[in-house]
Design a protein around this ligand. Sequence first.
Ligand code: CMC
Length: 430
Amino acid sequence: MADTLTITDNRTGKQYQVPIEHGAIRAMDLRQIRTSPDDFGLMTYDPAFQNTASCVSRITYIDGDKGVLLYRGYPIEQLAERSTFLETAYLILFGELPTAPELTAWTNEITLHTMLHENIKKLMEGFQYDAHPMGIFLSTVGALSTIYPDAKRIQDEDVRRLQVLRLIAKVPSIAAYAYRHSIGRPYVYPDNDLSFTGNFLNMLFKMTELKYRPHPILERALDVLFILHADHEQNCSTSAMRGIGSSQADPYSSLAGAAAALYGPLHGGANEAVLRMLKEIGSVQHVPAFIKKVKGGDGRLMGFGHRVYKSYDPRARIIKQTADLVFSVTGRNPLLDIALELERIALEDEYFVSRKLYPNVDFYSGLIYQAMGFPLDMFPVLFAIPRTSGWLAQWDEMLRDNEQKIARPRQIYSGAAPRDYVPSEQRKPR
Ligand code: CMC
């Protein structure tokens, strides 16, 4: 017999059998539970979607209690050790690791699309010199929809695939241009002899040398960070991507919305916020006072806690190892001692232990980015580049899913009862 949930409605005395599948009941199965024929039927109330699955997905698996993260079944630890970002992006998008010829073809295809239309470059020149690069990034990604109007044909698989190539290839160029703009340096065109990450470093940091050669350790470290950030199932920005995409908007517009969601300090903006917090703390001696402040409800320990992970975020563990490699090249980030002390105290403190608050992906990533020479406000952009592959995979999956429709949550109305309009001169002061 299939698993079912029996519900007794005390209001009517009626009983209902609701099927349970994949550990969930369908919210629409509750609609039949009514007190009268004109009753709307029972709804679920779940602010912030803390206990609601909005899709069936085959892309990313997280076990938050055990600290497990799999992309298409492959453990993140193995991918971080043995894969490259472009290979991982292929895996996330198409479901399998590419064969050697597939990987070569995929790499070539991405390489062909790294250039930005000159008009996009001019558009970016219009931003203030001190514009936040994430603001530039998300605006420019949105503007790409005007350059590629064909992208509207989202039902056409070939058209979708072309936009996937364009977006994955162009987001590093946009990010690098945003950075160069903010420091007043001329834009650097892509060098397609270099790897995906090597070329990104070239577009960021090339000066007058004829050929930019990335440091292999830094190139690999950034690639590993990109692997770790490639997807993370139904988080805030991915839900935004799916939500906007569900109205059949083109992928550039949807991705601009996803990037906007990522920008916030509780999500992808946390890496920037962590560094600002470490700077504000200033020294190891000030850590206990800062922890006390957080426990008193004054601010949060940025880079700690997660909606899904209730144990150590496996990505944070890998990032910590990567940090040692990076610091062997760049020198140790002096803020690392403050971060280590924060982690040490927090992992022993009842407040954090009882709430299962552990370091997340953003706690150590900023220290690496800073050591590599990125300014703080580039950090969320560095998150958006690899996450583009995850957003696109989730968007594509949604479009193929016959059960999906335009996303449109319900509400519980608690506002005014119907009332008549009153002319302004007759309104009483409140
Ligand atoms: N510092 C101090 N207290 C915290 C923190 C924190 N970082 N995170 C959660 N809490 C407390 C919170 O005050 C609450 O306590 P109480 O039960 O006494 O009211 C309890 O822990 C549960 O918190 P919540 O806000 O209900 O948890 P949530 O699942 O809604 O929030 C979170 C998850 C990631 C938004 C939150 O942990 C947070 O704000 N962390 C800091 C920001 C951060 O590092 N974000 C990056 C997340 S990982 C990468 C990404 O998604 O981009």
